[in-house]
Design a protein around this ligand. Structure first.
Ligand code: C2E
Ligand code: CA
Ligand code: CA
Length: 711
C-alpha cells in the first residue's frame, strides 16, 4: 500500500498508522493486517493530518517521536478540528517514557499509550475496545443530530402554524405557546407562559374552578373537547371569535394541547351574508325576505296587550314614467330618496322594507288605534307627492297605499301581505294618491276575480268565446255601413260576462293577446263570408286593446290575415282608444303609418272621454271618430254634452274624418244627429250586437220611413 496515494475508503473501521520509520510501518501493517479493519499508513505528521481530512479514520496509532511535526503536535491539531476532535489516539513510543511525557501525551488528547516493544494481542485488544467506543460515540452523535433536527422541525411547524397552539399542564397553566396564539391574543409567547388558560377565554364564561371545567374533565377521560363558538379575550381589550379544540397529550406528559382557530373572517362573512340576504342593496332597507321575517316574528309575539298592528303596502305612482324617461340611475336615486322620506315617518320600532321595484312595505307596531295607521299613510302620501329634483329635472311622484290590520285582516304573514296588497290595488283603482283599508268585500271581489281568471284561462282553451256584430248605419240614407265586432264570453245570454268586466282582466293577465288574435281571425273570416252578400264596401270594426296595440307583430299579422282571406284592407277598421295611442307617441305614430300603408282604417273609440287633443288628431293618420255613448245618452238633456257632440262632428268634418255616434237609443237622438250632420250611427235603436247568422239577414238598406215605428 502506497504511503502517499490515498485510496477512497469505505466508511468505518479505518486505522491510520503514523510513523516516520518505514520498517515500523511495514511491521505494523503485517501485525494488524489480519484484523477486522482497514489499515492506512503515513510517514509524517503532515501526511497524517492530510489523511485525516480525506479519510474517515476511526482510530489513529501515532508515533510520538517524528522529525518535523511530532506526535503531540499532531494530536493537538486534531483536537482543534471538530471533525477529528473525538477520534481516539493511541500513542506509540519506543523509548522508555518518563511520567511527564505520558502525562503530556494524555494532555494533548491521547486516549491510550503503548510502548515498544508491545504485545500484539494487547494492541489488538486495545484497538477493538477503542473502536467499539468510537462506534457508540458516533451512533450517539448521529442520534443527537437527528433529535436536534426533529426538534428544529417541530419548532418550525409550531412557529409557522397559522393556528394558535398552546400546551396546557394538568394544572390549567400554559407551558407552551406558539407565535400565532400570541398574535391572536395580542401578547407575547413568553408573556403567555405560566398564565392560566381560562384567563384568556371570554366566552363561554367559565365560572367553576379549573378542575371542574370541561377542559379538565375531558382531559381526565382522555377525550378531545371542542368549542365551536368561543371568544378569546384580547390583551388590549376586545375579543376574537375562535373555534377551540383541546386534546390530551400522552399520559406521562400530564398536559393537553389546545388549538385555537381564528374564526373572525368566517364569522364576518356569515354575518355579511345574513345581512345581505335580508337587506335591499339599493336602499339599505329590509328586502322582501327581511320584511317577511320581521312580520313573522311580530305576528308570533301575538301578545298584543290591546295594541294593534298594521301592514302598509306602498306603491309609487308615476315611478315607471321616471324610470323610462330619465333612466335607471335616476330611478335608483328616486327610490333611495323615497326610502329616506319614508323613514322619517317611522317610529323606532316600526319596520320599513322595499319589496322590489317601486313597492315598499311598512309594519306599524303597537298602534293605539287602527286609525293611526291611516294618519301615517296620509303623511307618507303627502311627503312623497311633491316635486322631486333628480339630475336637474323636476319630477312628480305619488303613492297609493293599502292597509291591513292584525288580526282582523289575517293572522299570518301571507294573509296580511295579500290583504294590504289588495287594498293598495283598490287605492290605485280609485284614482291613486290615496290609501285604502282592506275590507272583506275587497276580499270577496279578489276571490271572484281569481275565479274568473281561472275560468278565462279555461275559456281560452275551450274556445268559449264568441263574436256578435252590431250594425252601423249611415244617418242620411239608412244604408248599412258595416258592423262592429263585439266579444262575448259564455254560451247563452244568461251566463254571459260583460266585456267591460272581463276585457280588463284579460289585459291585466296578458291573455288579451291570444284572445285578441282570435277576434281578428274570427271577424275577418266572417267578413269574407259576407263578401258575396254585402260586397266589398262593408266595413268591419274590430276593437284592439291598448296592450295588443303596444305589442309588436300586430301589423304583420293583419297583413297575413288579409292575404289569407283575400279581403280589401279598407274593409277593416281598427278601433283604438286615445289612451292606447298616447302610451308611446313615437311608436304609435309609426304603427299608425304602417297600418295606413297596409290600407287598414283606423278609428278612435270613445272619443271625447280621453285627452281629445287637437294636436294628435292632426299628427295621427286617422279615418274615423266614434263619439262615446255617454255624450249621446245625455246630449238632449245637457247642453254641455250637446256642445261636445256637435263640436266633435264639426271637428270630424273639418279634418275629413267620418264621425260615428255610439249608443243611439232613440229616434230623437237620431234626428238630432242628422240635424247636426253626423255621418253614422250605432246603437240599440238600430240593433244590439247580433249573432253572425242574424247579422247576415240584416238589410243593407234600412227603410227610414218604416223605421220610425220601431223606436
Ligand atoms: P265599445 O267599443 O265602446 O263597444 C260598444 C259598447 O256599447 C258595447 O258594449 C255595446 O254592446 C254597447 N252598446 C251598443 N249600443 C248601445 C246602446 O244603444 N246603448 C247602450 N247602453 N250600450 C250600447 P260591450 O259589448 O259590453 O263592450 C264593452 C266594451 O268592451 C267595448 O266598448 C270595448 O271597449 C270592449 N270590447 C268589446 N269587444 C272587444 C274585443 O273584441 N276586443 C277588445 N279589445 N275589446 C272589446
Ligand atoms: Ca268599440
Ligand atoms: Ca266605444
Amino acid at each position: 500500500m502506497s504511503r502517499t496515494q490515498l485510496q477512497p475508503q469505505p466508511r468505518g473501521r479505518t486505522l491510520l498508522v503514523v510513523d516516520d520509520r518505514e520498517a515500523n510501518l511495514v511491521a505494523m501493517e503485517a501485525l494488524l493486517g489480519d484484523g477486522d479493519w482497514q489499515v492506512h499508513t503515513v510517514n509524517s505528521g503532515e501526511a497524517a493530518l492530510q489523511a485525516l481530512l480525506e479519510l474517515d479514520v476511526e482510530l489513529v496509532l501515532l508515533d510520538v517521536q517524528m522529525p518535523g511535526m511530532d506526535g503531540f503536535e499532531v494530536a493537538r491539531l486534531m483536537r482543534g478540528n471538530p471533525q477529528t476532535r473525538y477520534t481516539p489516539i493511541i500513542f506509540v513510543s519506543a523509548i522508555a517514557h518518563t511520567r511527564d511525557s505520558v502525562l503530556e501525551g494524555y494532555a494533548t488528547g491521547a486516549v491510550d499509550f503503548i510502548l515498544k516493544p508491545f504485545d500484539p494481542q494487547v494492541l489488538k485488544h486495545k484497538i477493538n475496545t477503542l473502536l467499539a467506543h468510537e462506534h457508540n460515540r458516533r451512533d450517539l452523535q448521529l442520534l443527537t443530530q437527528q433529535l436536534d433536527s426533529a426538534r428544529a422541525f417541530n419548532a418550525s411547524v409550531l412557529n409557522n402554524a397559522a393556528e394558535g397552539i398552546l400546551v396546557v399542564g394538568e394544572d390549567g397553566y400554559i407551558n407552551f405557546a406558539n407565535p400565532a396564539i400570541a398574535q391572536m391574543l395580542g401578547g407575547t409567547v413568553d408573556g403567555l407562559k405560566g398564565t392560566p388558560l381560562l384567563a384568556h377565554i371570554a366566552e363561554p364564561v367559565f365560572e367553576q374552578p379549573w378542575r371542574e371545567s370541561d377542559f379538565y374533565l375531558h382531559w381526565r377521560s382522555g377525550a378531545t373537547y371542542r368549542l365551536h363558538e368561543a371568544q378569546l379575550k384580547k390583551e388590549g381589550g376586545g375579543t376574537l371569535p375562535v373555534a377551540i379544540s383541546c386534546s390530551p397529550l400522552p399520559r406521562q406528559q400530564r398536559s393537553m394541547v389546545v388549538i385555537a382557530l381564528d374564526m373572525s373572517v368566517v364569522r364576518n362573512l356569515h354575518a355579511q351574508l345574513e345581512t345581505q340576504a335580508v337587506t335591499d342593496s339599493l336602499t339599505g332597507l329590509l328586502n322582501r325576505r327581511g320584511f317577511n321575517q320581521a312580520l313573522e316574528s311580530a305576528v308570533a309575539r301575538a301578545d298584543r296587550n290591546g295594541k294593534s298592528m298594521a301592514v302598509l303596502y306602498i306603491d309609487l305612482d308615476g315611478f315607471k314614467r321616471i324610470n323610462d324617461s330619465l333612466g335607471h340611475e335616476a330611478g335608483d336615486a328616486i327610490l333611495c330618496k323615497v326610502a329616506r322620506l319614508l323613514e322619517t315617518c317611522m317610529r323606532p320600532y316600526d319596520i320599513l322594507a322595499r319589496m322590489g321595484g317601486d313597492e315598499f312595505t311598512a309594519l306599524l307596531d303597537s298602534l293605539d288605534h287602527t286609525e293611526d295607521a291611516a294618519k301615517v299613510a296620509e303623511k307618507l302620501i303627502e311627503l312623497i307627492s311633491v316635486r322631486h329634483r333628480i339630475e336637474d329635472t323636476e319630477v312628480t311622484l305619488g303613492a297609493s297605499i293599502g292597509i291591513a290590520t292584525f288580526p282582523e285582516c289575517g293572522d299570518n304573514v301571507e294573509e296580511l301581505l295579500r290583504a294590504a296588497d289588495m287594498a293598495m290595488y283598490e287605492a290605485k283603482r280609485a284614482g291613486r294618491q290615496q290609501f285604502r283599508f282592506f275590507s272583506q268585500e275587497m276580499n270577496g271581489r279578489a276571490h271572484a276575480r281569481l275565479m274568473m281568471e281561472e275560468n278565462l284561462r279555461s275559456a281560452i282553451e275551450h274556445n268559449d268565446f264568441d263574436l256578435v256584430y252590431q250594425p252601423q248605419v249611415w244617418l242620411d240614407s239608412g244604408r248599412l255601413r258595416g258592423f262592429e265586432a263585439l266579444l262575448r264570453w259564455g254560451q247563452n245570454e244568461n251566463d254571459r260576462v260583460l266585456p267591460g268586466v272581463f276585457v280588463p282582466l284579460l289585459e291585466e293577465t296578458r291573455l288579451i293577446e291570444r284572445v285578441g288574435q282570435w277576434v281578428l281571425r274570427e271577424g275577418i273570416a266572417q267578413c269574407r263570408e259576407w263578401l258575396a252578400q254585402f260586397g266589398d264596401g262593408l266595413v268591419l270594426s274590430l276593437n284592439v286593446s291598448p296592450v295588443q296595440f303596444a305589442r309588436p307583430g300586430l301589423v304583420d299579422m293583419l297583413g297575413r290575415l288579409i292575404d289569407e282571406y283575400r279581403l280589401l284592407p279598407s274593409q277593416l277598421e281598427l278601433e283604438l282608444t286615445e289612451s292606447a295611442l298616447m302610451m308611446d307617441l313615437d311608436q304609435s305614430c309609426a304603427k299608425l303609418r304602417s297600418l295606413r300603408d297596409l290600407g287598414v282604417r283606423v278609428a278612435i273609440d270613445d272619443f271625447g272621454t280621453g285627452y281629445s287633443s287637437l294636436a294628435y288628431l292632426r299628427n295621427f293618420d286617422l279615418d274615423t271618430l266614434k263619439i262615446d255613448r255617454l255624450f249621446i245618452a245625455n246630449m238632449l238633456d245637457s247642453p254641455r254634452d250637446a256642445a261636445v257632440v256637435s263640436t266633435i262632428i264639426d271637428l270630424g268634418r273639418n279634418l275629413g274624418l267620418e264621425v260615428i255616434a255610439e249608443g243611439v237609443e232613440t229616434m230623437a237622438q237620431r234626428d238630432w244627429l242628422i240635424e247636426h250632420g253626423c255621418d253614422v250611427m250605432q246603437g240599440f235603436l238600430v240593433a244590439p250586437g247580433l249573432q253572425a247568422e242574424q247579422a247576415s239577414r240584416f238589410p243593407s238598406q234600412l227603410d227610414w220611413q218604416t223605421f220610425d215605428r220601431r223606436s
